[in-house]
Structure formats: structure tokens, C-alpha cells
Design a protein around this ligand. Structure first.
Ligand code: SAH
Length: 221
């Protein structure tokens, strides 16, 4: 068992986490379930020990391999957008990274499927998520832009890396009324956080915010 799980002193304590949640509320996050889950998940365990004291600042932080743990506000915003129309039984996440967003989803959805293309990140995330007692998770290595067909359809799909265009495979793996939340890079380089809702064979698109994500990398088959 990771001894860091049991240490909750100073900058990694509950009080620091409560302050972060207050900041999220000030920035407009309203969903009580999202706020409550983020109040309880120890984000400092998902970053390197040397960065633990910064884990409750509302900022993205490096997690190695040129990747970042998403900013808490962005995690809250994406989760809220995914759950706005009601609870999700099955959620697919693309870009597990360190697993923090995965943990948030696992506490709010029935089953979470998550795909990461960098093996050492997935390995570490798998260990930590298990140590935190989250078992309603299915993790796999690969290019998540193709989705995870065997377990489709999903009530929610969350993509944690910016796509040049919305991958069609993700759209077809949405259930009726299902929602895809994804950052999309426009021609001018600006990234828009989009929510796409499936209504039969139609897809309704909304822009939620402007964001900054690492790129969704496509692996050649
Ligand atoms: N939610 C994660 C975000 C990590 S950054 C966290 O907070 O830690 C985005 C992640 O997406 C990176 O780990 C990157 O390796 C992964 N990624 C990028 N392109 C991908 C792809 N095509 N398939 C799966 N994962 C991808």
C-alpha cells in the first residue's frame, strides 16, 4: 500500500482540497456531485512527490512523457458537461494520463473505460486507481481515437487531448442521447471545448469554453 495515501499533512490536507473546491465554485462549477467528488479525491497522489505541494492550485502540472495532468477547473467543467443531462451508466475516456480524471469519473459513473497511448503512464495510473479502491474501471493501451468498440455504446465520452477534428468512431459509439466532450483545435490554433449530443443519427454541437490541451496523437495502424 502506498504510504502517501495515508499522509495528509500541510499542502496535501483536506483543508487545501476544500479551498480548491471553493475556487471551483467561484469559477462557476455548480454540480454538487462533481464538487463533492473533487473535495475527496487526493489529487496530490497523481503527481510526482516534488509537485505535491502544488497539487491543489488550479493549474495543469507535468506528469512526465511531455504530458500534463489537466487543470482542476477543466476536469470539473468537462465532468459537469458530461453529466448535465443525468447520470451516465457507461463512460469512455480517451487519455488516461495520470488517472485523476478517471478517478473522478469512476466515482460518478457506473463503469468507466479509459484508453491511454503511453504505457508507463497507464501502468502507474492502474496501480494508483486500484490503491484508491476504484474497481469499476477498464483500462487499456492504444490509440483512443478509434474508441473501444466491444463495450460501446457509451452514455458519455470524454477526450482529454485536443483533436484536429472529431473522430467519427467516437460519434458512432455514443448511445441515444449520449454526449461527447472534446477539445477541438480550429485552423487558427485556438482550442474549443465542444459538447456533441447524439439524437438518432443527428449530432447537436455546442462550444462550452476555450481550453489548452496537449494534442490527441494518432498512431498508425
Ligand atoms: N486526464 C489526464 C490528461 C492527461 S493529458 C490527466 O489529467 O492526467 C492527455 C493524455 O492523452 C496524455 O496522457 C496522452 O498520452 C494521451 N493521449 C494523446 N493522444 C491519445 C490517443 N490518441 N489515444 C489515447 N491517449 C492519448
Amino acid at each position: 500500500m502506498n504510504s502517501r495515501i495515508h499522509s495528509g499533512i500541510g499542502m496535501t490536507s483536506q483543508r487545501t482540497r476544500d479551498r480548491l473546491v471553493l475556487r471551483l465554485q467561484e469559477k462557476g462549477i455548480r454540480d454538487p456531485a462533481v464538487l463533492s467528488v473533487m473535495r475527496s479525491i487526493p489529487r496530490h497522489l497523481f503527481v510526482d512527490e516534488a509537485l505535491a505541494s502544488r497539487a491543489y492550485e488550479d493549474t495543469a502540472l507535468p506528469i512526465g512523457h511531455g504530458q500534463t495532468i489537466s487543470q482542476p477547473y477543466v476536469v470539473a467543467c468537462m465532468t459537469e458537461a458530461l453529466l448535465a443531462a443525468g447520470p451516465c451508466r457507461k463512460v469512455l475516456e480517451i487519455g488516461t494520463g495520470c488517472g485523476y480524471q478517471t478517478a473522478v469519473l469512476a466515482r460518478l459513473a457506473g463503469e468507466v473505460y479509459s484508453i491511454e497511448r503511453i504505457a508507463p503512464l497507464l501502468r502507474q495510473a492502474r496501480i494508483l486507481l486500484r490503491e484508491l479502491g476504484l474497481y469499476n474501471l477498464h483500462l487499456k493501451i492504444g490509440d483512443g481515437a478509434g474508441g473501444w468498440k466491444q463495450s460501446a455504446p457509451y452514455d458519455g465520452i470524454l477526450v482529454a487531448a485536443a483533436a484536429e477534428e472529431i473522430p467519427e468512431q467516437l460519434l458512432v459509439q455514443l448511445s441515444e442521447g449520449g454526449r461527447l466532450v472534446i477539445p477541438v483545435t480550429a485552423a487558427n490554433g485556438v482550442q474549443e471545448l465542444m459538447r456533441v449530443t447524439r439524437c438518432g443519427n443527428e449530432y447537436h454541437c455546442e462550444t462550452l469554453d476555450f481550453v489548452k490541451f496537449v494534442p490527441l496523437v494518432r498512431d498508425r495502424p
